[in-house]
Design a protein. Sequence first.
Length: 284
Amino acid sequence: MRIDLHAHSNASDGTDSPAELVAAAVAAGLDVVALTDHDTVAGQAEAAAAVRALPPGTLTLVPGAELSCRVDGISMHLLAYLFDPAEPAFAEERELVRTDRFRRGRAVVERCRELGAPISWEQVRRIAGSGSVGRPHIASALVEAGVVATVSDAFTADWLANGGRADVPKHETDPITAVKLVRAAGGVPVFAHPGAVKRGRTVSEQVIRDLAAAGLGGLEVDHVDHDEETRAALRGLAAELGLFTTGSSDYHGSRKTVGLGAFTTAPDAYQQLLDQATGDRPVG
Ligand code: AMP
Ligand code: FE
Ligand code: ZN
Ligand code: FE
């Protein structure tokens, strides 16, 4: 079983449409893929339709989302799987974050322009399409304008990195609240890339303990942004706290270099995720 539990479509900051992502998952030889766009489930219906059009048994789709959270001034991501997308309290919180992404995106573009980058909000809107607007779309605009060579080169202190010259915070949910919202919607919360130091400061071990006490289900351990020591430490903490561990690509299409299935989740961890979920079922 090849199981990849973290991937983005152009409903947020990936470059593949949801149907293209499904085709890419088949081409990568995956048995299970989760679609986890930032703060939105807008891509799920198209992805589900694409999976249902495949010969039965080809691919299973796990619906999910990746929630933008903040604690102690540190941004962090919470993956949520198999929640009821219609549950109102959680749906309202996702909507709040998405709406604030527009205000914040405009402000980031304004900062970039003040710093001499010839980009525009219209350009960013074109790049983002109907997707949940984020810094990677602005990074693509900076690449188009010739300001930086790659999307990744835009995530430095000069431009868009956390705390960088053109970084403007957006509304982000307190993660304890987020864990409870996900569980109340029947979903399973998993802390995404908890040790991704190249993205900025990471939360303390105490925060992970507090999240576990609040209902966290798992930790994403095998991720391109984690080195071996970080993975070993997270695996130890997960065992101590009774959390399952996942591995995933965090695929963003051509906006990042990592391929689908670059990291995968063990079948027993996937089974624990399924056993804990009551809000929705996998497709296919
Ligand atoms: P936002 O959700 O708008 O705050 O932007 C965060 C997104 O930017 C993350 O989900 C990643 O896709 C991307 N990102 C964050 N840090 C980096 C980095 N160092 N290199 C490349 N992409 C990054
Ligand atoms: Fe992203
Ligand atoms: Zn993330
Ligand atoms: Fe992600």
